[in-house]
Design a binder for this molecule. Structure first.
Ligand SMILES: Nc1ncnc2c1ncn2[C@@H]1O[C@H](COP(=O)(O)OP(=O)(O)OP(=O)(O)O)[C@@H](O)[C@H]1O
Ligand SMILES: [Mg+2]
Length: 497
């Protein structure tokens, strides 16, 4: 494989839109953009997925389900009112076949890969900063299924910030808000020389353009003479169009159930302002975590398609009147461009100068459950990454021959109230209680993937290393991955033949 056989790209695998930027040429450029929609019956992706087929087969917003347990998937479905059917965390097509969210993301990534026939595709894929380990792992699994080599997962607000770094002075405190189709993601970032350091992140997985479309549809339905309250995908699409028009004009019409409902910008803003004002809670939360005051913020970067909504920009400007809001990069493109910037930096020759380094932080506190259900944190939330920390633990029973290590994430002092990431057993030399120590090391990579190493101190000095990939029924096991790969190969063969 020579350098010319490789293409390197940044991929913003969004909830509603997939954007790809190439690293070739002087500066990164967007080379592909399509709606994040997959049709289960026709296997078509993007705009083509909307044609033919029943609503049950047309899957959009699959990203929301990445890494979700069956219980979490049920909650998401309840809130989102999607027309598609779920069985646990799998999508059920009209032909009764079940598809995992990773497979749907893989279908989107294959559409990206197909743009570069015969090439080895290497990428940085962006994910929301608040994505937990299972969601990150599911994203990596999707790339593996699609045959794309992932150098790193990059947090979306960090990626957006990277596109602006040349314009930001050293020492600046930056607050980057990515308001996309389905989610809000905020990071507090400092720039010093050629380094970006993420100080804190926070976000809301249910605050984005889709929710605005739904609010508009409900409002418009009430204005019609019809009695129905059911919002259809078509209505959401029409409301989406109206919302876009209201960023450049003061009035428009929504086509709904054969009627035309007029809406002015003033009415639109009155309707969505209370919802969008919620961004202030997350801004305050991020500032508190970063130990910044509102006055500390020098620059606000707004990214994501929903940041085009005028009233949102007003709300942010009112909340942070002393900060300057940066413009210039297309709101939809900034994240993919930032990912391409980062991949260039990672793969550039060592002598290249002016490369921006990034320090990410751990998104949540992780530790182990100990005797009496006490949670013992090992790596704290907001620790700069990569990070490694070891703590010693004593055995709790006489002559126990095994220790059980329960890896958990969360902020509660009781282990049972925190989220289980994984469990493993390790054989130890039976000794009186408390006489044997097991050192537990947590290693967290820059993309928030955790490896746990347990080492017996004394005894036989046995050691066990576990990559915390699996969290209950969230992620693919090796066997499931092989099945999905075989399924994908079969589908590809059918497409060719
Ligand atoms: N001119 C506009 N006015 C209002 N909203 C817009 C405009 N342009 C795009 N949007 C909205 O932006 C959203 C898509 O933004 P973006 O591409 O950043 O989201 P995403 O990356 O797919 O989602 P997420 O970041 O939540 O995963 C859609 O809801 C779209 O309707
Ligand atoms: Mg996005």
């Amino acid at each position: 494989m020579t350098e010319s056989d490789i293409v390197r790209i940044g991929i913003d695998l969004g909830t509603t839109v997939v954007v790809v930027a190439t690293t070739e040429g002087e500066v990164p450029k967007v080379c592909q953009q399509f709606p994040a929609i997959v049709n289960l019956s026709t296997n078509k992706v993007g705009e083509k997925a909307k044609i033919d087929g029943k609503p049950q087969d047309i899957i959009y917003e699959a990203k929301k389900y990445m890494g979700a347990t069956a219980v979490e998937a049920a909650t998401i479905t309840k809130e989102a009112h999607h027309p598609y059917k779920m069985d646990g965390n799998m999508f059920v097509g009209t032909d009764k076949t079940k598809t995992r969210p990773e497979e749907l993301s893989a279908a989107l990534l294959k559409e990206v890969k197909a743009n570069f026939p015969g090439k080895q595709v290497e990428a940085i894929i962006t994910v929301p900063a608040y994505f937990k380990d299972a969601q990150r792992q599911a994203t990596k699994d999707a790339a593996e299924l699609a045959g794309i080599k992932v150098h790193e997962l990059l947090n979306e607000p960090t990626a957006a910030t990277l596109t602006y770094t040349d314009l930001v002075p050293s020492g600046a405190k930056i607050l980057t808000c990515d308001v996309g189709g389905g989610t809000l993601d905020i990071s507090a970032i400092t720039k010093t020389d050629n380094k970006l350091k993420v100080e804190a992140t926070s976000g809301d997985p249910h605050m984005g353009g889709r929710q605005i479309d739904r609010m508009l549809a409900n409002w418009a339905l009430k204005k019609t003479k019809k009695k129905t309250t059911t919002v259809t995908a078509k209505m959401l699409e029409d409301c989406n169009r109206a919302k876009h028009l209201l960023t450049t004009q003061d009035q428009t019409e929504i086509q709904i159930l054969g009627e035309k409902v007029k809406i002015s910008l003033v009415e639109f803003e009155r309707l969505v302002r209370p919802f969008l004002t919620r961004i202030n809670t997350y801004i305050d939360n991020t500032l508190e975590l970063a130990e910044w005051t509102r006055k500390d913020v020098d620059i606000v970067i707004l990214a994501g398609g929903t940041s085009r909504v005028r009233v949102l920009r007003e709300i942010v400007a009112e909340e942070l009147p002393e900060a300057s809001i940066m413009n210039g990069v297309d709101e939809d493109e900034a994240i993919a461009l930032g990912a391409a910037h980062r991949l260039r930096a990672l793969t550039a020759p060592p002598e290249a100068t002016g490369i921006v380094m990034v320090t990410e932080i751990a998104g949540e506190t992780i530790g182990v459950g100990t005797l009496g259900d006490v949670f013992s944190p090992i790596l704290w939330k907001n620790t700069p990454l990569p990070a490694t920390r070891t703590l010693p633990y004593k055995t709790s029973a006489d002559f126990q021959s095994q220790v059980l290590i329960e890896v958990k994430a969360g902020d509660d002092c009781w282990a049972s109230n925190n989220r289980l990431l994984g469990v493993f057993h390790m054989e130890v030399l039976p000794m009186p209680r408390g006489e044997l120590t097991v050192f537990v090391t947590f290693k967290m990579s820059v993309d928030n993937i955790l490896t746990v190493v347990a080492t017996e101190d004394g005894g036989l000095r046995r050691k066990k290393t576990v990559c915390i990939k699996k969290t209950g029924d969230r992620n693919l096991t090796k066997e499931e991955m092989s099945i999905c790969l075989a399924k994908a190969e079969k589908a590809a063969a059918q497409e060719i033949s």
